[in-house]
Write a new protein. Structure first.
Length: 163
């Protein structure tokens, strides 16, 4: 049986990439995302003795989302600039352009809608899991997702991308 640190290290290897992607999609900024992930992992590690291994990723994700909400409230009104050059050498290609466009569209959504879209469609959580992570009802998840998808659809139509 692995000791506490070995088990946590294995958890970080497994859940880290998903948590990083979620944090980046929520924050739009690589440095802010790294801070969110680090804070979530610290909280998870401190509670590791009480955390069920089967739900450890959900625990860390909830800590990440809650920290994102706290940071949003603290910095309300400040604009975040999305990272554009995430590739070595600052290459800018169609993939990066698409990533930037998606991030800009997500950033245009109200924070609650962005959280629901990221958790539901990027992290592929069920509506019940999103509701639990955000502390809202399943009905609120459904209506928020519906509003967010409509807003994204209208944004694409306005840009001439979808009919």
């Amino acid at each position: 049986m692995p000791n506490r640190d070995e088990a946590f290290t294995a958890f970080v290897r497994e859940a880290g990439p998903s948590l990083s992607r979620t944090a980046w999609l929520l924050s739009g900024n690589r440095d802010a995302a790294a801070d969110l992930v680090q804070a979530a992992l610290v909280k998870t590690y401190l509670a590791w003795g009480r955390v069920d291994r089967a739900t450890a990723t959900a625990y860390a994700r909830k800590a990440l989302v809650n920290d994102n909400i706290d940071r949003w409230r603290k910095h309300r009104g400040e604009q975040s600039v999305p990272d554009v050059f995430d590739r070595p050498g600052g290459e800018f290609d169609d993939t990066v352009a698409t990533q930037v466009h998606v991030q800009q569209m997500l950033a245009a959504l109200p924070p609650q809608q962005r959280r629901v879209v990221v958790l539901r469609y990027y992290d592929d959580l069920t509506e019940a899991q999103v509701a639990e992570a955000l502390g809202i009802s399943v009905g609120t998840v459904k209506s928020t997702a519906h509003k967010a998808l409509n807003a994204l659809r209208h944004q694409l139509i306005a840009e001439g991308g979808v009919r």
